[in-house]
Design a protein around this ligand. Structure first.
Ligand code: PEP
Ligand code: MN
Length: 357
C-alpha cells in the first residue's frame, strides 16, 4: 500500500477498528460495518497489547492475525496492527499486514525501535509511529530517523497524547505544541491524531478530533468496537461503527489556503494583534525596570526578594479576575509565574551584582 498517497487523497484519512481483536466474529462484524460506511481508509485491530499492568488482557497474538487480514481482504481495505519487537514484525509481515504501527510504549525505547528498524531492513512496508509516552520530541524524531536509516520511506506520525497523573479531562494530555514542533522538524511526514487515547472517553472524542483537524492534521485513528462497553480493553473510549460515522460527519473541515480577500482581512487583524503584543512587551519591560528599583530598595534595607504571603495574595487576586477577563485560571497562573520568575531574576541582579548567574 502507498500510505502517503492514500493519506494525501482523503482528508481526514481515517483509521478505525477495535482497540483489540477479541473474537473472529467481533473483528469481522465491526470491520465490516466500518467499511460499509466508506469513510475509513485503513482498518486497525490490536493483536499484541502493551498493557501497563500484568493480568490485563494482553491480546490474542498470532491467532487473531488471520481474522484481521481476512477482514481487510473481504472489505477491500488495507489493515494495520501494532508491533513492538522483531518477532511481531516477522509474524505481521508473514500474514500480509499492509501497514505496521509502533505504539507509544515502544517509541519511548530506542533499543526497541532499533530492533524493529533492523527487522524491517529490505522490506519497505509503511510504518505509523505514535508519539512516545513522555513529552520528548526528540525520541519521536529519533524513531523516524532509525526507521529511515533502515530504508523505510513510507512513514506517518500518530499523536496520541502524553502520560499524565490523574487529569480531569484527558487520559493522555495532548501537548499540541509537540506534534506541531514535529511537523516543523519533519515537514514531509503526515500527521495523524488518535483522539481515543488522548481523551480516554467517547464523549471527548469530537472536541479532540475537531481541534486536530483545525490544526491541519491529515487524519484520525478512532477505536471502534461492536459493543464498546463490553470491550476487553479500553471500553470507555471506543465507539460503535455508527458512533464513528456520526462523529466523522460532525467534524467541520476547514481550509488552510486563504483567498485574496480573506488574506487581506487576516493581515490587518494580525497587524493589530502584533500591535497589542508590542504593548504587552513594552509594559512588561517597564514592569521589570520597576522591579529593579524595588530590588535596589530591598538591598539597601536588607529585605528578602520574596515575601511569600504577599505573593500568595497577588496570585489569589489575579485568579479572581480570570473569569471576568475570559481567561482560564491555568493561563493566568502560568503568566503570573513567568512574570514573577523574570522579576525575581531582575531583582537578584541588582541585589547581588557580584554573584555569577
Ligand atoms: C492502541 O492504539 O491500542 C494503543 C495501545 O495505543 P498507545 O500506544 O497509544 O497506547
Ligand atoms: Mn486502545
Amino acid at each position: 500500500m502507498d500510505l502517503i498517497k492514500e493519506i494525501n487523497k482523503s482528508r481526514p484519512f481515517v483509521i478505525a477498528g477495535p482497540c483489540s481483536a477479541e473474537t473472529e466474529e467481533q473483528v469481522h462484524t465491526v470491520l465490516g460495518e466500518i467499511a460499509r460506511d466508506g469513510k475509513t481508509a485503513l482498518l486497525r485491530a490490536g493483536i499484541w497489547k502493551p498493557r501497563t499492568r500484568p493480568n490485563s488482557f494482553e491480546g490474542l497474538g498470532e491467532l487473531a492475525l488471520p481474522w484481521l487480514v481476512e477482514a481487510g481482504k473481504k472489505n477491500n481495505l488495507p489493515v494495520t496492527t501494532e508491533v513492538a519487537n522483531a518477532k511481531h514484525v516477522q509474524i505481521a509481515l508473514k500474514y500480509g499486514v499492509d501497514v505496521l504501527w509502533v505504539g507509544a510504549r515502544t517509541t519511548v525505547n530506542p533499543f526497541a525501535i532499533q530492533e524493529i528498524a533492523d527487522a524491517l531492513k529490505g522490506v519497505n512496508v509503511p510504518v505509523i509511529v505514535k508519539n512516545p509516552v513522555n513529552p520528548d520530541l526528540m525520541l519521536w524524531v529519533g524513531a523516524f530517523e532509525r526507521l529511515q536509516q533502515a530504508g523505510i520511506t513510507q512513514l506517518a506520525a500518530l499523536h496520541r497524547g502524553f502520560s499524565i497523573y490523574k487529569h480531569a479531562k484527558y487520559r493522555n494530555i495532548p501537548n499540541w505544541e509537540i506534534p506541531i514542533a514535529l511537523r516543523e522538524e519533519m515537514p514531509d511526514i503526515p500527521l495523524l491524531c488518535d483522539p481515543s487515547h488522548i481523551s480516554g472517553k467517547r464523549e471527548g472524542l469530537l472536541e479532540v478530533a475537531q481541534k486536530a483537524m483545525d490544526l491541519n492534521y491529515d487524519g484520525l485513528m478512532i477505536e471502534t468496537h461492536p459493543n464498546p462497553d463490553a470491550a476487553w480493553s479500553d471500553p470507555a473510549q471506543q465507539v460503535t461503527a455508527q458512533g464513528l460515522n456520526e462523529l466523522l460527519s460532525q467534524i467541520i473541515l476547514r481550509k488552510e489556503e486563504l483567498s485574496e480577500e480573506e488574506l487581506g482581512y487576516i493581515v490587518v487583524m494580525r497587524e493589530k494583534i502584533a500591535g497589542l503584543d508590542d504593548r504587552i512587551f513594552s509594559l512588561l519591560s517597564e514592569r521589570m525596570k520597576m522591579a529593579e528599583e524595588v530590588g535596589l530598595y530591598k538591598r539597601e534595607n536588607d529585605i528578602t526578594i520574596l515575601q511569600q504571603e504577599h505573593w500568595r495574595k497577588v496570585i489569589a487576586n489575579r485568579m479572581d479576575q480570570a473569569d471576568n477577563l475570559h481567561l482560564t485560571n491555568q493561563f493566568v497562573r502560568s503568566i503570573m509565574d513567568a512574570i514573577h520568575q523574570e522579576s525575581i531574576r531582575h531583582q537578584t541582579k541588582v541585589m547581588n551584582p557580584s554573584l555569577k548567574r
